[in-house]
Design a protein around this ligand. Sequence first.
Ligand code: UDP
Length: 262
Amino acid sequence: MNKGKKLYEGKAKIVYEGPEKGTAIQHFKDDATAFNNQKKSTVEGKGVLNNRISEHILNNLNQIGIKTHLIRRLNMREQLIYLVNIIPVEFIVRNIATGSLTKRLGIADGTVLSKPLIEYSYKNDELGDPLIAREHILEFKWVKNIKSLNFINDTCLRINDFMQGMFRGVGIKLVDFKLEFGITTIDGKEQIILADEISPDTCRLWDVVSEKKLDKDRFRKDLGNIIQAYQEVARRLGIIHEESNISTVKFGKPKAVNIKKK
Ligand code: UDP
């Protein structure tokens, strides 16, 4: 499929104009960044795995009636999506306290929360994605009214319920994750739909038994075996098989991870 002009390039993805009005092509890169761009690397094969894992999760969400931007995967690195206006808010859903929550409030790492906690950050790299309240979102009209914000909150909780069950079934704890939503017009009607990606880049995933990290914290904390961890997630979800050649590093063969420092 022919790509149109580049519309946007982010840290891990590029978005191109799609073949028809209202569509776009989302391309997954191998680039990894953390700590607001201070740490940068290339992790060979990451884009291919995130493309497949995100496709799997968003397809499942579409099937349970949660509207997402995914139309279909095109190839190893690209997806055809609906073009949306991204709401400049990151919706963070937490089941277990870790990461910035523990640092900010001094909560013990690994504390199981009594119910899912939703936090909001303003998507702004220059400001370091600051934590915001619902009132900021409404005051600055990042979401147009309380009804829409409540709809997004409810959708976050539905997605959390679905994903917690899906990951539990394959021996993985869904610790926390980030969601982004966008506004688009489908069949003449303005709709809020799930956008961006859901992958080990945007979730924290711990093995149920060993608590081994199977997500981007392996990169953030220099734990090594990043690709092996992402492959483990894909294999457990049934997306790839033992012998699959989905990325340059074969699953199960503990080769050195190919990280090229920029
Ligand atoms: N997250 C993300 N993108 C961001 C910030 C957070 O995907 O820009 C995800 C992150 O991978 C984790 C969850 O959101 O699964 C909560 O992240 P946290 O606020 O603890 O961030 P960090 O500790 O990385 O600052």
